[in-house]
Design a protein around this ligand. Structure first.
Ligand code: C5P
Length: 217
């Protein structure tokens, strides 16, 4: 395997609207949520760029090579992170700070898939609920075939060129991979982990705290 340069962009610039406050600074398992994400990324990447809200630029982030200000939407924050990568980086791993319990192996798996030739790789989990497409008035338009659906997580790995190209036209997506797919890039799914939950509402804290209390992996 040729030695390629891998960096991570950890996005931690959300306002935590559903959570009620910036969730990335909450303590779980004795550390801040963002610190878990950065230290996991560090184990797999040569460098880590952390994207924070502009008013948090002064916050101390251990293990970050660069801390930059994010934007209004997640995509704006990813673009700010991409702009801060040094020359020569070939693979970028984008990770939500809000997923402090991402297992180490997941970083390895998505990076390996991109090394093997994919433009992007994302962790996915089988969907257990049936998913329907619904119009604004509540009328069901379509019921999707659950067997073809996966719920995706981060970390997500990309060829830097592919992700830069996908973000070049601006655009907003809750998922970077969707932008890459939209330009015809080949994105593959690797097995996600049910423990890799995204801290979304305060009631998620207890489970994450329990999962991380004994360390990770
Ligand atoms: O809001 P959501 O939970 O989908 O956010 C996922 C991740 O994206 C979080 O880690 C959050 O801090 C980050 N984010 C960001 N900039 C935004 C919105 C979200 O970095 N404008």
């Amino acid at each position: 395997v040729p030695c390629v340069s891998v960096w991570a962009v950890v996005v931690a610039a959300g306002a935590g609207e559903r959570f009620g406050r910036p969730k990335q600074l909450e303590l779980v398992g004795g550390r801040r949520v963002v610190d878990w994400a950065v230290s996991a990324a560090r184990r797999w990447c040569e460098g880590v760029v952390v994207v924070v809200a502009p008013h948090e630029l002064g916050v101390d982030i251990d293990g970050a090579d660069a801390v930059v200000a994010g934007g209004r939407e997640r995509s704006d924050s990813v673009r700010a992170g991409l702009a801060a990568l040094p020359e020569g980086v070939e693979i970028v791993v984008v990770h939500d700070a809000a997923r402090p319990a991402a297992p180490d192996g997941l970083f390895g798996a998505v990076i390996a898939a991109v090394r093997d030739g994919a433009d992007g790789a994302v962790p996915g989990l089988p969907v257990t609920d049936t998913i329907k497409v619904v119009a604004h008035d509540g009328t069901v338009e379509q019921t999707l075939d659950r067997h073809r659906l996966v719920a995706v997580q981060t970390p997500q790995a990309f060829r830097v060129d592919a992700l830069r190209g996908a973000h070049a036209g601006g655009g907003d997506a809750t998922d970077d991979a969707a932008l890459v797919e939209g330009r015809g890039g080949r994105v593959v799914v690797v097995a996600g982990d049910p423990a890799n939950v995204k801290l979304t509402v305060p009631s998620d804290l207890a489970a994450l705290d329990a999962a991380l209390a004994g360390g990770r992996d």
